[in-house]
Design a protein around this ligand. Structure first.
Ligand code: UTP
Length: 291
C-alpha cells in the first residue's frame, strides 16, 4: 500500500543574497507578500493538503521563523483588550499545532541537497514533501496537494514542473520526460542549471517535490554539483530508473519570490486578487501608472 505524505521539509537556510541588505538580519522567508510572510504561505499550502508535520531546516538569523508560528501571548492579550477580534484571529491562525514542527540547523549553506539531508532523522523512511518557500504557488487543490495525490497513484517521487523560456534554463533544475498524460509524465533525466543549448527540455522544477526516502541514500554521499553546492537535483537524478519518478505539469499561479521582480509581482498580483485589497490596489496602480 502506498504511504500517505504526512511530513514536509522547509529548507530556509539560504543566504538570500539577492535581497541584501533586507536579509542581513532577517530570513528571506519572512519577507511579506501583502500581509503574511512567505513561510506562512508554504505552511498553509501543506495544511490544505493534509500535511501537518514540519521540519524547518534553518540557518543563522532564523529565530523570527520559529517565533512566527508560536503563540505571542503579550500581543494576543493586548489585541484582546483592545477588542481587535479579526487581528487576533489572524495572529492565532499563524501557529502550528504543539509538537508538529521541528527546527534543525544547516550550519553551513552547502546547497539545497545538503539542507534536505539535514532533515533525514526527522523524516525517517517515509515519503515526504519538500517546499521551497521563496517559490509561492496558489491553487486549489494546492500544488503540493496535487503532487501528494499523484504520489498516491504512482507510488513514487513526483516533482512539479513548468515550462520556462529556453534562455532561463540556467536558473533551474530541468527535467527530461516521456509519455505525458493528463500533465503527468515519466522523468527520464534531470540536470541542474543547464546552459540553454544543453538543456534536455524547458521543463523547470519549481520548488515543490514529493520524494521517496531513498533520496537520502544518495544525499549521504555529499557530492557537489553545479555551483559547487550539494544539489538535490543530482540526488534525484540518481533515483531515476530505480524507483518511479514523475513530473507533474503545474498549471496554477506561481511567483518566484526569490527574485526581486517576482516578489514584486506576487505582491501586486495577490493584492489585486484579494477581496479586501482589490479595489484600493487597482486605484493605486492606476494612479501610479498615470505618473
Ligand atoms: P536559493 O537558490 O534561492 O538560494 O535557495 P538563497 O541563498 O536562498 O538565495 P540567493 O540566491 O542567495 O538570493 C532555494 C531554497 O533553498 C534553501 C533556501 O533557503 C531557499 O528556500 N537553501 C539553499 C538552503 O536551505 N540551504 C542552502 O544551502 C541553499
Amino acid at each position: 500500500m502506498v504511504q500517505r505524505v504526512r511530513k514536509a521539509v522547509l529548507p530556509v537556510a539560504g543566504l538570500g543574497t539577492r535581497f541584501l541588505p533586507a536579509t542581513k538580519a532577517m530570513p528571506k522567508e519572512m519577507l511579506t507578500v501583502v500581509d503574511r510572510p512567505l513561510i506562512q504561505y508554504a505552511v498553509e499550502e501543506c495544511l490544505q493538503a493534509g500535511i501537518e508535520e514540519f521540519v524547518f531546516v534553518s540557518g543563522r538569523n532564523k529565530g523570527a521563523l520559529e517565533d512566527h508560528f508560536d503563540h505571542a501571548y503579550e500581543l494576543e492579550t493586548t489585541l484582546e483588550q483592545r477588542k481587535k477580534a479579526p487581528e487576533l484571529k489572524e495572529t492565532q491562525a499563524a501557529t502550528i499545532k504543539p509538537g508538529n514542527a521541528i527546527f534543525t540547523r544547516q550550519q553551513k549553506p552547502l546547497g539545497l541537497g545538503h539542507a534536505v539531508w539535514c532533515a533525514r532523522h526527522w523524516i525517517g523512511r517515509e515519503p515526504f514533501a519538500v517546499l521551497l518557500p521563496d517559490e509561492l504557488t496558489l491553487d486549489t487543490p494546492s500544488c503540493i496537494g496535487q503532487l501528494a495525490a499523484a504520489h498516491e497513484k504512482t507510488g513514487g517521487s513526483v516533482v512539479a514542473v513548468m515550462d520556462v523560456p529556453r534562455e532561463q534554463t540556467k536558473s533551474y533544475g530541468i527535467a527530461a520526460v516521456k509519455g505525458e498524460k493528463d500533465g503527468l509524465a515519466e522523468i527520464t533525466g534531470m540536470v541542474e542549471k543547464p546552459k540553454p543549448e544543453e538543456a534536455p527540455s524547458t521543463l523547470a522544477l519549481i520548488g515543490r517535490y514529493v520524494l521517496l526516502p531513498e533520496v537520502f541514500d544518495h544525499l549521504d554521499r555529499h557530492e557537489t554539483g553545479a555551483g559547487g553546492e550539494i544539489q538535490l537535483t543530482d540526488a534525484m537524478a540518481r533515483m531515476i530508473g530505480n524507483t518511479p519518478f514523475h513530473a507533474l505539469r503545474y498549471a496554477g499561479r506561481r511567483y518566484d519570490c526569490g527574485s526581486r521582480l517576482g516578489f514584486l509581482e506576487a505582491n501586486v498580483a495577490i493584492s489585486l486578487d484579494r477581496q479586501d485589497t482589490k479595489a484600493e490596489s487597482r486605484a493605486l496602480i492606476e494612479r501610479l501608472m498615470k505618473g
